[in-house]
Ligand binder design. Structure first.
Ligand SMILES: NC(=O)C1=CN([C@@H]2O[C@H](COP(=O)(O)OP(=O)(O)OC[C@H]3O[C@@H](n4cnc5c(N)ncnc54)[C@H](O)[C@@H]3O)[C@@H](O)[C@H]2O)C=CC1
Ligand SMILES: O=C(CO)COP(=O)(O)O
Length: 343
């Protein structure tokens, strides 16, 4: 037993990770905004709104008071949606113990500021530096992890001691943890795969086949690599769990919320109606805008992300986006090959 953990966010993913940590024997206090849900978690040991299938250990408790969750916490896990991360960080800024490891399991890029989670936490938590941070990512549906189906994730941190500590705390008989030093790469993978999953879902909704899905996954990987390299990440990271692994899961798995958004768009439903009925966050919707804005700021071409952005934000018909993607000027598969010559 390594000591109490504070989990800030009580959605599907926060609850699944809190269960992993409690299964390891650590007491876990989860910060949850809704008093009715706090009550249900503490009395019935179930999160009926976000992860009803999981029976939670009695050592996992919930509280509406973030200070209570953080009191004497030996590790802090941020796992609210990306658009709420800054708000949560500001709320707890003075209470987060600066000598405890801080883990983020959120996947996304903030709108407008175009910042990733590491930049938000570094800006909002006084005294905390990248030395304290770890980023947990990889192919991991909350429902499957909560059912204790074998799962692998990556833990990225620049500090060996912090990385190994966090890897050990999350490692259970049903979840393996792998090490990475590449924070930008791991963050890019987790954020961008959600946008590509919307595109892959849309292709399925239009009735396209496996060829289309495989092309989207592979060319999506290429866009992910480009953005990651521009942020100082390493291409090889995206061949791993946080990149290709999560792309495959999210672009093919029926449990994916992002793929579901795309699927319904492909069938012709309106975005607002889809999001209203979803009941959970689909990070790819906001991340499509951030990634599109980033591509323009950095001067890099990200065609699938750009077309997904246009479908989501400019009402572009999905079929027109497909036509435009397929009709683009021919290019080399890898940019290092240089430009294509017309023969
Ligand atoms: N569900 C999954 O299978 C996985 C999710 N993730 C990532 O984890 C993050 C959270 O996702 P989920 O838990 O699945 O979302 P969810 O939609 O199931 O739940 C979101 C939770 O965040 C809370 N929340 C929203 N705004 C808040 C605020 N301002 N302050 C405090 N709490 C707030 C909601 O009340 C809710 O409890 C996302 O970035 C997602 O991409 C990562 C891996 C797997
Ligand atoms: O990040 C996830 C799996 O790794 C969850 O994906 P969705 O948010 O699309 O459900």
């Amino acid at each position: 037993m390594a000591g109490k953990v504070a989990v800030l966010g009580a959605g599907a993913w926060g609850t699944a990770l809190a269960k992993v940590l409690a299964d390891k024997g650590d007491p876990v206090a989860m910060y949850c905004r809704r008093p009715d849900l706090v009550d249900q978690i503490n009395r019935e040991h179930v999160n009926g709104r976000y992860l009803p299938s999981a029976k939670l250990p009695a050592t996992l408790t919930a509280t509406v008071d973030p200070e209570e969750a953080l009191d004497r916490a030996s590790m802090v896990v941020f796992v609210a949606p990306s658009h709420a991360t800054r708000e949560v960080a500001r709320l707890v800024a003075r209470k987060v113990p600066t000598d405890s490891p801080i883990v983020s399991a959120t996947k996304g890029i903030e709108n407008d500021s175009l910042t990733f989670i590491d930049e938000i936490l570094a800006a909002e938590l006084p005294g905390a530096t990248h030395r304290h941070f770890s980023f947990l990512s990889g192919p991991s549906f909350a429902k499957e992890l909560a059912a204790e189906l074998p799962t692998g994730v990556v833990i990225a941190s620049t500090e060996t001691r912090v990385r190994e500590h966090v890897m050990n705390r999350f490692h259970t008989s049903y979840m393996r943890t792998y090490a990475s030093k590449d924070i930008p790469g791991v963050e890019c993978g987790g954020a961008i795969k959600n946008v590509i999953a919307i595109a892959a879902g849309a292709a399925d909704g239009l009735g396209f086949g496996h060829n289309t899905r495989a092309m989207l996954i592979t060319r999506g990987l290429s866009e992910m690599v480009k953005l990651s390299l521009a942020r100082g990440g390493e291409a090889i990271t995206l061949a791993g769990l946080a990149g290709m692994g999560d792309l495959v899961l999210t672009c093919t798995g029926e449990l994916s919320r992002n793929r579901t958004v795309g699927l319904e768009l492909g069938k012709g439903r309106k975005l607002n109606d889809i999001l209203t009925g979803l009941g959970h966050v689909a990070e790819g919707v906001k991340t499509a805008k951030s990634a599109y804005d980033l591509s323009r700021r950095l001067g890099i071409e990200l065609p699938i992300i750009s077309e997904t952005y246009r479908v989501l934000y400019e009402d572009k018909p999905v079929l027109t986006a497909v036509k435009d993607l397929m009709g683009r000027e021919l290019t080399a598969e890898f940019e290092s090959m240089g430009a294509i010559r017309t023969v």
